[in-house]
Design a protein around this ligand. Structure first.
Ligand code: SF4
Length: 434
C-alpha cells in the first residue's frame, strides 16, 4: 500500500514536471516530512531525460539564526550535498538557506526593540524570521517568473487543525493558492501519508543526495511529536511545538529537542537551555523586567525595560563565551545600540559599547567626541524649541533607525508613541522660548 503511494506521488510529480511549465519551489526544514518530499522531488527530476530538465527547481530552507546548533549543522550539510548532487547530475536544482536580515533577528527584536520573548498570543518571531525571508526571496524570483509552484511537506495526519487548514484552501488542479503570494500555487504531495509511512520510506532508502536518515531518526528519537515545518503563513501551527525550532523558543512549554540533545551528550545545550529559562523569567511581568505600559501607551505588560535589555545582552555575551558559538553579530549590536537610543528611558548611545567592552575586554568603537557634540546640539535645539531633550533624542534615533533600513512604514506610529510617552510622563513642553 505504502509503496504504491510513494510510486504514485513520484509519478504525479514527474508528470507535473513535464506538463506544467511553472518553476518549482520546495520548502525544506530538515525534518522528516520535508526530507521525504525533497527525496521524492530529486528522484522525480532525475527520472526525466536530461535534455528535458529545463525547469528551475529551488529548495528553500530558513535559518532563524537561533536554530539549535546540531540541527543547523545537519541542515547545512544536507543542503550542500543537495547542491553537489544536482550539479553532478544536471538536475537544475538550487538549494538556498534564507536568513532574516539583521534588523529582524531574534536579538534585535528582543534586546533592541524590547519585544518580550514570544508566546502563543504574541508570536512575533515566525513572521519576521521564517515567513518574510521566504516571501522576499520568492517575490524577487517572481520578477522573472509569471507563476510558480511551491511544494510543501505538510501532512493531514500531523494535526486536525492542519488537516482542516489544508481542506479549506481554495484549490485549482490539486494546487491551492498561497495565502500571501498570489502568483504562487501550493502543492502538498505527501499530504495523505502517515508518520509511519514517512519513516518507512526514509529508513529503507539512502537519500538521493547521499547519506541516510538514521541521524535524523536519532534526533527525532530524542524527543516526541511534531516538527517545525517551513512556515508559509501564521495559520500554520506554531513551529514552537517542535524539535526543529529555535533553541530560544518560549512558545513551547518544554524544549524537548534541546533537552534530548543534552541527554545525548551535546553539552552546549545545557547553557542554551539555561538561557531559555532566563527568557521565560524575563517574560513574566511579575519579575520586574517588563514595562507596565504597552508600546502604544495603553496599560498592560509592555516591552522589556531598558534595564532588562541591558541585562539580557550581558548574559547573552557570557553565553557566547561559554558555548564558543557566535550568537550575535557586530551588526546586530550596532542596531541594538541605535534602538536603545529611541527607547523609553533612552540610552546615551554608548550603552552597548560599555557592556561589550566590559564583557569582552575589547573596545567597540564609538566616536565619543562626535557623540558628545551631537548631544550638545540636541540639548540646544530642545531648549530652543522648549521640548524635552530625551524625547527629541528618541525621535531622532527612531528616524535614524528607519532611514538605515530604508523604510518608512510604521515610522509615524512609532513617533506618535514616543510623543504619547512624553504626554504620559507629564514632561512635555515647557513654554516655547520667545
Ligand atoms: S521555533 Fe519558536 S521562536 Fe522560533 S520562529 Fe518558531 S515559534 Fe518563534
Amino acid at each position: 500500500m505504502a509503496n504504491t503511494s510513494y510510486r504514485e506521488i513520484k509519478d504525479s510529480l514527474t508528470q507535473l514536471y513535464l506538463d506544467d511549465p511553472r518553476p518549482w519551489l520546495v520548502g525544506f526544514s530538515g525534518g522528516k516530512d520535508s526530507t521525504l518530499l525533497a527525496s521524492l522531488i530529486f528522484d522525480a527530476v532525475q527520472s526525466v531525460p536530461a535534455e528535458q530538465r529545463k525547469k528551475p527547481v529551488t529548495v528553500l530552507c530558513t535559518d532563524t539564526r537561533v536554530e539549535i546548533p546540531a540541527i543547523a549543522d545537519m541542515v547545512e550539510g544536507t543542503l550542500s550535498r543537495m547542491r553537489k548532487f544536482s550539479r553532478q547530475n544536471d538536475l537544475n536544482i538550487e538549494a538556498h538557506l534564507l536568513k532574516p536580515p539583521p534588523e529582524q533577528s531574534f536579538w534585535v527584536n528582543l534586546i533592541g526593540r524590547g519585544y518580550p520573548p514570544p508566546n502563543r498570543t504574541f508570536r512575533w518571531c515566525t513572521q519576521r524570521m521564517k515567513i518574510d525571508p521566504v516571501n522576499t526571496f520568492v517575490k524577487q524570483r517572481m520578477g522573472h517568473w509569471g507563476e510558480a509552484i511551491l511544494h510543501l511537506g505538510a501532512r493531514r495526519a500531523e494535526s486536525s487543525t492542519r488537516a482542516q487548514t489544508m481542506a479549506d484552501r481554495e484549490t485549482r488542479g490539486g494546487l491551492c493558492r498561497h495565502p500571501d503570494l498570489p502568483r504562487v500555487w501550493v502543492s502538498n504531495p505527501i499530504q495523505f501519508l502517515t508518520t509511519e509511512e514517512v519513516w518507512a520510506y526514509l529508513l529503507q532508502r539512502a537519500n538521493p543526495w547521499g547519506g541516510d536518515s538514521r541521524a535524523l531518526y536519532k534526533l527525532y528519537a530524542n524527543a516526541s511529536n511534531g516538527e517545525c515545518p517551513i512556515q508559509i503563513d501564521t495559520s500554520t501551527p506554531a513551529c514552537g511545538n517542535s524539535r526543529f525550532g529555535c533553541w530560544t523558543c518560549t512558545v513551547v512549554e518544554k524544549d524537548k529537542a534541546s533537552e534530548g540533545l543534552l541527554a545525548a551528550g551535546d553539552d552546549r545545550m545545557e547553557h542554551l537551555l539555561e538561557f531559555r529559562q532566563t527568557l521565560l523569567d524575563f517574560r513574566d511581568p511579575a519579575n520586574g523586567w517588563r514595562d507596565d505600559r504597552r508600546m502604544n501607551g495603553n496599560e498592560g505588560a509592555g516591552p522589556l525595560l531598558i534595564k532588562g535589555r541591558r541585562e539580557l545582552l550581558k548574559r547573552l555575551l557570557t553565553l557566547q563565551e561559554e558555548t564558543g558559538l557566535e550568537l550575535i553579530s557586530p551588526e546586530e549590536l550596532l542596531l541594538i545600540q541605535q534602538m536603545w537610543k529611541a527607547a523609553r528611558d533612552p540610552d546615551d548611545g554608548r550603552g552597548v559599547a560599555r557592556i561589550v567592552n566590559k564583557q569582552r575586554g575589547v573596545i567597540m568603537t564609538t566616536d565619543l567626541k562626535e557623540l558628545n557634540r551631537l548631544r550638545e546640539i540636541e540639548e540646544e535645539v530642545a531648549s530652543e524649541k522648549g521640548i524635552n531633550a530625551d524625547i527629541l533624542r528618541r525621535m531622532l534615533a527612531k528616524v535614524e533607525e528607519f532611514s538605515e533600513s530604508h523604510r518608512a512604514h510604521g515610522l509615524p506610529d512609532d513617533l506618535l508613541n514616543i510623543l504619547k510617552d512624553d504626554l504620559f510622563q507629564g514632561m512635555l513642553v515647557k513654554e516655547p522660548v520667545a
